[in-house]
Design a protein around this ligand. Structure first.
Ligand code: FO1
Length: 455
């Protein structure tokens, strides 16, 4: 077994075995290398002597997604297809609602078994439920995204990094292991599968063109690996000290690649561990973000009740925000005014322009940015909705457990604790421009994302 059994969760009982191929239904982990779900499917195919094919269901729309996101994803998928075909594994693109087209494909091909990857986002739960209910063949889920499988790291919702961290660290030696090479299949495995027509594929998507692709980031697995190499070589030594300085460019810049599964967080963790001797503080700070914080976000998304995210905020936070709901707001803006960066704050407007223009918002700035939406919105619920909507619409790594929990931490104290009471915030941690000025050169940041430079 190439894959640790704790990563593998049977979802649909083993239906009577059909003679067809093993299908890896790829949705989150969109890469050929370092992919435990693909490795598990390859294992299954070779054990049973069945062909292996990969299927990707291309949804015509995805909650909050725009051309920026589909462009990044489709270009990355085209590169992944090349990587798969080099191992004689075909990629089949299925345009349509995954909940519909995947069961149809499995039935048409008389699939012997279906393996899929793990994603705790609600929309994925709907897709998975539909495929499980179709009962066409055995369906197995493999956690290819987390270093420590989400279900193994903890069997319950964790309320802070402090309670999850020891559980993760104890399990790292068992799960932070090297990836086996992807086995090469016989050339006959490609028989009957023509390469994907990516132009035709893009035409099946109806994504809002108003949010244009980001010019300065190259999608795909190769660019992701190069970015990781450069980050570990050039930035890791100063990462612990400079990561909260939005002008320093000291972040990894890897989150879009993680979001679209073009790079495995485990690959980044393995390489960071190898780089640790040269930069121990940087490596430890990066691994904390990459493994503990990221997997805390997965834990939240997996165990949080479905539905209204505001209700999933900690009790203390909902209570204190309600107690201060009547406090006078120093300013009050509608969602459109936030989106168009038309507030009274030059710093906040610069952050919004960084988000809309570059598709990325520096981690520290995203906290400040979201907390000001709380302070300048009529209600905390509206603030949360506005921050999530803007993050999903413009951030390349939006619609992701990490991005969602980042916003919930800022606006609603998720995974945080009560602080000193303030108007509007109550005991939710407060941030303001003065705090930013103590941390970094705010005027340089404002200048860099000024209206003129972002035109
Ligand atoms: N996953 C799919 O399987 N099919 C899609 O068509 C698809 C579109 C999409 C668009 C924007 C976006 O941010 C994500 C999208 N995803 C799609 C899911 C994505 O690959 C990730 O699995 C999740 O967003 C991570 O939680």
């Amino acid at each position: 077994m190439l894959v640790h059994p704790a990563r593998v969760t049977p979802l649909a009982a083993a239906a009577p075995r059909q003679s067809g191929p093993v299908v890896y239904w790829m949705h989150r982990d969109q890469r050929a290398a370092d992919n435990w779900a693909l490795l598990a499917a390859a294992d299954l195919a070779r054990e049973s002597g069945a062909p292996l094919c990969v299927a990707f269901a291309l949804a015509p729309t995805f909650p909050g997604a725009t051309l920026r996101h589909y462009d990044f994803m489709l270009r990355g998928l085209a590169e992944t297809e090349a990587g798969l075909r080099a191992a004689h594994i075909p990629l089949v693109l299925l345009p349509g609602d995954p909940a519909v087209v995947v069961p149809v494909f499995l039935r048409e091909r008389k699939a012997g078994a279906c393996v899929t990857d793990f994603d705790p986002m609600p929309v994925k739960g709907d897709w998975l439920a539909a495929v499980t209910a179709s009962g066409v063949c055995a369906l197995t889920e493999v956690d290819a995204h987390n270093v420590v499988p989400c279900r193994r790291a903890s069997g319950k919702r964790e309320y802070a990094a402090a309670t999850l961290r020891p559980k993760i660290h104890r399990l790292l030696p068992e799960f932070l292991t090297p990836f086996p090479e992807l086995p090469v299949f016989p050339a006959t495995n490609l028989a009957g599968f023509a390469p994907v027509d990516w132009t035709a594929a893009a035409a099946t998507v109806t994504a809002d063109p108003a949010v244009r692709p980001v010019p300065d980031i190259v999608p795909g697995a190769a660019a992701a690996r190069e970015r990781l190499r450069a980050f570990l070589r050039d930035t890791l030594p100063e990462y612990a000290a400079r990561r909260n300085d939005p002008n320093a460019g000291a972040t990894s810049g890897l989150s879009p690649y993680f979001h679209f599964g073009q790079l495995a967080p485990q690959r980044a963790a393995l390489d960071a561990r190898d780089a640790r001797p040269g930069a121990p503080e940087g490596a430890d700070a990066f691994l904390e973000e990459l493994v503990v914080r990221r997997e805390l976000a997965e834990n939240f998304q997996f165990y949080a009740p479905r539905g209204d995210l505001y209700e999933a905020l900690p009790d203390w936070a909902r209570k204190t925000l309600a107690a201060h709901a009547g406090d006078a707001r120093p300013a009050s803006y509608a969602p459109r005014e936030f989106e168009e960066a038309r507030t009274h704050s030059a710093l906040w407007n610069a952050a919004q322009r960084q988000l809309t223009r570059t598709g990325r918002l520096h981690g520290y700035m995203r906290m400040y940015w979201a907390k000001k939406i709380l302070e300048w919105s009529p209600t905390p619920r509206q603030a949360l909705a506005t921050a999530l909507a803007l993050n999903d619409r413009y951030a390349l790594d939006g619609r992701d457990p990490s991005g969602v929990t980042g916003v919930l931490w800022s606006v609603g104290g998720l995974h945080d604790r009560p602080w000193a009471k303030r108007p509007v915030f109550g005991q939710v941690r407060y941030m303001n421009e003065r705090g930013c000025r103590r941390k970094f050169d705010v005027d340089a940041y404002i200048d860099r994302y000024s209206e003129e430079k972002c035109a």
